[in-house]
Design a protein around this ligand. Sequence first.
Ligand SMILES: Cc1cc2nc3c(=O)[nH]c(=O)nc-3n(C[C@H](O)[C@H](O)[C@H](O)COP(=O)(O)O)c2cc1C
Length: 355
Amino acid sequence: MPNLPSLRIGQHIARYPIMQGAMAVQVSGASLAGAVANAGGIGLISSFGIGLNSPYFDQSQKKKRFFEANQLALIDALEKARQISPDGIIGVNILVATRDYPALAQTAASHGANAIVTGAGMPLALPQYVRDYPEVALVPIVANVQSAQTLCETWQKDYQRLPDAFILENCKLIGGHFASQCEELDVSTIETTIAQLRGYLDRLGISIPIIVTGGIWNRFDIDLMFAIGADGVQIGTRFITTEECDADRQYKEFHLQAHAKNLVTVPSPVGKPARAMRNQFAEDVLSNSPALEKRCIANCLESCLCRDKGITYCLLQALSKASQGDIEQGLMFSGGAVQPVEKILSVAELMASLT
Ligand SMILES: Cc1cc2nc3c(=O)[nH]c(=O)nc-3n(C[C@H](O)[C@H](O)[C@H](O)COP(=O)(O)O)c2cc1C
């Protein structure tokens, strides 16, 4: 097997071209991100709802303190991840759709994140929030070349800056939210989209990596992505069944038996479809059961169907319940290539098998 190349994003070089996907809520925290960084990949702390179960937030108190709790919990997570991996590459994932996006971006940059990875909307103003930290690599997540083009043009014009890499979503397989128009695309799309994005970047004369995400499970999948033009991969679900994954043991064990045939597409309060494991919660969402709780717990999203229209469910609550171990009443996001896993591995063992 040929060696995998290293991966440069901005000023940072990872030994392996493997980025661990951010997984909310508190599935990829300091422990997982630190372990991946230590093993030569890029570890990502998921910032969505990071303060929810922290000592900084009391759900019975006023909702507005939630944002402060997120910042304080993110600082703690960055410090802990850095202790685990003093020299590794540690990034923070921030959803554009969250109301505290600028504050989280500033907090991440000023507390030692090497990269900010960002999607769930267009991060048009991100360079402004982190302008004092040019060493922080900025990595937008896109689903098509049009979004990449809009970002490059806006960032260049307004901030004289370009992204340090793009993460390109394979919407057919990615875990969690995916683009609504995905069903209309044909199966060769990811290959075509990589080629289109590469063509666009070449025409601009910029050489930044394209990191593909969605449905990458093993070394074979990684090699396939490289064969069709990727420079790196972002892997989410495969890291759930690791010792260091920050979710509850029951969450990981539920994933041990996961099978792609048990996945469902559920609507989400952000207005996009989402790929998840079938459980009681997913059944309730699909049947619009009256048992479904619709209380907004933290006013976290810019636009939310649960808060604004009383439909769907509270995303933060549903994801958090799952990762805290309520595997029937929580929302279990999962990638489309999920398959049963024999046992929970250490991140070092998993990285060794991937590389
Ligand atoms: C449980 C779970 C939570 C996720 N949360 C986020 C998130 O907070 N932000 C984000 O950008 N992507 C999120 N994703 C997407 C992953 O980062 C990753 O891109 C995707 O899962 C890749 O597909 P794979 O799981 O098949 O490897 C999530 C995925 C899962 C499975």
